[in-house]
Design a protein. Structure first.
Length: 381
C-alpha cells in the first residue's frame, strides 16, 4: 500500500494541547452548572426561610397579639377573691425541648353565666343565664360549631356547640367530648399543662356551679412542636383536642389535632416579660431585671406556681418569640459520611435555653426573634 506524501496526522503536542483545552472547557461548564445549582438551592433556602418567617409572624405572633380577651372574666364576681385559672394565654415551657403555648381570644359581646343547676363535663346541654340574642335583637350571639369556655376557680372547660341555635335560646346543645379542659395536655417528656398542679384538679372534674362565667371564643389554638421520623421538627396547630391527652401521638394527627403548619423547626422558645418595674423575665436566662430560667422544670415548685400566677393577673406585657429554622443542603447530605462539612452554627441564647454551637453538617440555620405586645382587653361584665 502506498501513502501520499505531504499528509500527516496530529502531532503529540497538538493532541495534548487540544485535550487540555477541551478539559478546561468541560471543567468550566461543570463549574458553572454546579454554581448555578448551588445558587438555585441557596435561593430555595432563602424562599423557604422567608415563608417560614412570614408564617410565624402571621399565624403564631398574630395569635399572641390578639390573645387575652378572656381576661374579661377577671372582673366577674366569682373571681373577685379567687385565682382564675386561665386568661387567654397559657405557657407550655419545657426543659430541653421546643416550647409550646395555648392561646385563645374571647368575644366580649358573648359573655354570660351557667344556670339551671350547673354544668357537669359530659353533659350535652348547657343552660345559660342570658339568652343568646344580640344586643340589637337582630340575631343569635352563638351558633352551631361555635366554641366557648366555662371557667371556675379550679379549672376551665372548652366546649363545642353541635345543635342549631335560635335567637332567644337559653340552652345550648354541646358535644360530649371537650375541645379542651385544663390539665388535659400530657405529651410524655415534652409537654405538660401545669394548671393541674396549680389548681389541684383537672378541668373535667366536678360540677361548674351556677354563676360560673361563660364566654364565646373567637379562636382556641394550641401551638406545639412535633418530632418527625427523619429527626426534624414541625410546628403544629391544634384547634380541637377532642379530649385526647397526647395530641402528638401517632394516629392523633387528624384535621383537628396537631395539624402541621411550619416544617424544619430546630428550636422554639418563649420568654414572658412582666409589667413590673424593673420587669421580670419569666422562662429566661436574661441578665437584666429578675430572670427565672426554666421555672416549671419542677411542677409545683414555688417558681412554677409564681410563673403560672403571672398569667392570671394581667401582668404580662409582652412575649418574646425565639425561632431557629433549618434547611437541608442536598450537596452536603451526599458527603455527610465523609465527615463534617460546612460551617458550625453559633446558636444564641433562646429564652431559658443557653447558647450552644451546632456542629458543622448538612444544615443551614436561620435565627428569628420577635417581641409581641399583648392586647389585654378591659371589658367589664
Amino acid at each position: 500500500m502506498k501513502y501520499k506524501k505531504g499528509i500527516s496526522g496530529f502531532t503529540l503536542i497538538e493532541a495534548i494541547t487540544s485535550s487540555v483545552i477541551l478539559l478546561f472547557i468541560v471543567i468550566t461548564i461543570y463549574t458553572m452548572i454546579i454554581e448555578t445549582e448551588s445558587t438555585h438551592v441557596s435561593e430555595e433556602n432563602k424562599v423557604d426561610m422567608n415563608q417560614a418567617a412570614r408564617a410565624i409572624d402571621i399565624i403564631l405572633c398574630e395569635n399572641i397579639r390578639n390573645a387575652g380577651s378572656v381576661l374579661t372574666l377577671l372582673r366577674t364576681p366569682p373571681f373577685l377573691h379567687a385565682t382564675p385559672p386561665f386568661t387567654g394565654i397559657y405557657p407550655l415551657n419545657n426543659d430541653d425541648f421546643p416550647d409550646g403555648i395555648i392561646l385563645t381570644s374571647g368575644d366580649q359581646t358573648a359573655v354570660t353565666k351557667v344556670t339551671g343547676g350547673g354544668f357537669t363535663p359530659g353533659d350535652t346541654l348547657l343552660n345559660l343565664e342570658d339568652s343568646v340574642t344580640n344586643l340589637d335583637g337582630t340575631g343569635a350571639l352563638w351558633g352551631k360549631n361555635d366554641v366557648g369556655i366555662i371557667v371556675k376557680t379550679s379549672g376551665y372547660y372548652v366546649f363545642k356547640i353541635t345543635g342549631d341555635v335560635s335567637m332567644g335560646d337559653t340552652t345550648l346543645t354541646i358535644r360530649t367530648t371537650p375541645v379542651y379542659y385544663s390539665g388535659l395536655l400530657n405529651v410524655p417528656g415534652k409537654y405538660t399543662d401545669n394548671s393541674l398542679t396549680h389548681l389541684g384538679s383537672l378541668g373535667n372534674t366536678g360540677t361548674y356551679s351556677d354563676g360560673s362565667p361563660i364566654i364565646r371564643l373567637n379562636y382556641f389554638n394550641i401551638f406545639t412542636v412535633k418530632s418527625e421520623d427523619d429527626g426534624s421538627k414541625t410546628l403544629t396547630l391544634t384547634t380541637d383536642t377532642e379530649g385526647v391527652a397526647d395530641i402528638l401521638a401517632d394516629g392523633n394527627e387528624t384535621t383537628t389535632r396537631a395539624v402541621p403548619i411550619i416544617p424544619n423547626i430546630a428550636d422554639l422558645q418563649f420568654e414572658y416579660i412582666t409589667k413590673d418595674d424593673p420587669a421580670e423575665f419569666w422562662a429566661s436566662t436574661s441578665t437584666s431585671g429578675t430572670s427565672h430560667p426554666d421555672p416549671c422544670a419542677t411542677p409545683g415548685s414555688t417558681d412554677c406556681t409564681d410563673f403560672i400566677q403571672n398569667f392570671t393577673n394581667r401582668n404580662i406585657s409582652s412575649i418574646r418569640v425565639y425561632a431557629l429554622m433549618r434547611t437541608e443542603d442536598k450537596h452536603k447530605r451526599e458527603n455527610i459520611d465523609e465527615g463534617a462539612v460546612g460551617q458550625a452554627f453559633n446558636k444564641p441564647r433562646m429564652g431559658d435555653v443557653a447558647a450552644a454551637i451546632l456542629a458543622a453538617g448538612r444544615f443551614h440555620y436561620t435565627y428569628l426573634t420577635y417581641e409581641v405586645f399583648i392586647r389585654n382587653y378591659d371589658i367589664v361584665y
